[in-house]
Design a protein around this ligand. Structure first.
Ligand code: SF4
Length: 216
């Protein structure tokens, strides 16, 4: 356990938050979404993984990190002896960001206003779960959690203990980004994911260097 609340309290609170998020209409994405894709996994975990937003596949499965990118995540977790059921997987926005392109919805990056509107749900997840370690996947989630000046290329793999969100916070690539790499780069990108998750796992055993202070 990573906080003083009973497992039942944590589970009740996260389910309550999920119920509230399911009917959220705080930004325009509520008009194009099929479903709100809330975080998933073990709410009693000490490790939270945060990416950008749900994909079209996630909308169909109603779970985050599904489809090819989710398969790659499962793969790099498994190399580290981890399974998605024992960590918490979530996104900075809970509805798919997409625009109509002819007769189809096409993915687009979330707007700053959408990310801002949605941080209440991520903030709630962090406040309830109180993770010891947060691993951001991709630049948008890293900037949301570690500040807009964060630079993924230069600072990937650096651990921060002053974010106020968890004892240890870092960022790695989004598996969806690694999947788009050419063969040789893909092998390197997959290895980077494996290595960064290994570091996150190691951080789970280290003492906190800073307490949680504020949320967003
Ligand atoms: S993206 Fe977030 S803030 Fe916007 S409608 Fe969905 S749940 Fe609400």
């Amino acid at each position: 356990m990573n906080n003083i609340e009973s497992p039942i309290d944590v589970e009740t609170k996260i389910n309550q938050l999920k119920s509230e998020a399911k009917v959220c209409a705080s930004c325009g994405l509520s008009l194009t979404r099929k479903h709100v894709i809330f975080g998933n996994g073990d709410p009693h975990t000490k490790l939270m993984v945060v990416a950008e937003g749900p994909s079209a596949t996630d909308e169909n499965t109603q779970s985050p990190f599904t489809g090819p990118a989710g398969d790659l995540l499962d793969d790099v977790l498994a190399v580290n002896g981890l399974h998605r059921e024992e960590i918490w997987l979530t996104n900075i926005i809970k509805c798919r960001a997409a625009v109509w392109n002819g007769r189809q919805l096409k993915n687009r990056p979330p707007k700053a206003s959408e990310i801002k509107a949605c941080t209440k749900w991520l903030s709630g997840e962090i406040a309830i779960i109180m993770p010891h370690v947060i691993l951001c996947m991709g630049s948008p989630s890293a900037k949301t959690i570690m500040g807009k000046d964060f630079r993924l290329i230069e600072q990937r793999g650096t651990w921060f203990n002053n974010t106020g969100h968890a004892s240890f916070v870092s960022a790695t690539y989004n598996p969806a980004f690694v999947l788009r790499m050419e063969k040789k780069e893909f092998v390197q990108g997959r290895q980077i994911l494996i290595n960064d998750i290994a570091e996150a796992k190691q951080k789970l055993t280290e003492n906190p260097l800073a307490s949680q202070l504020t949320l967003f």
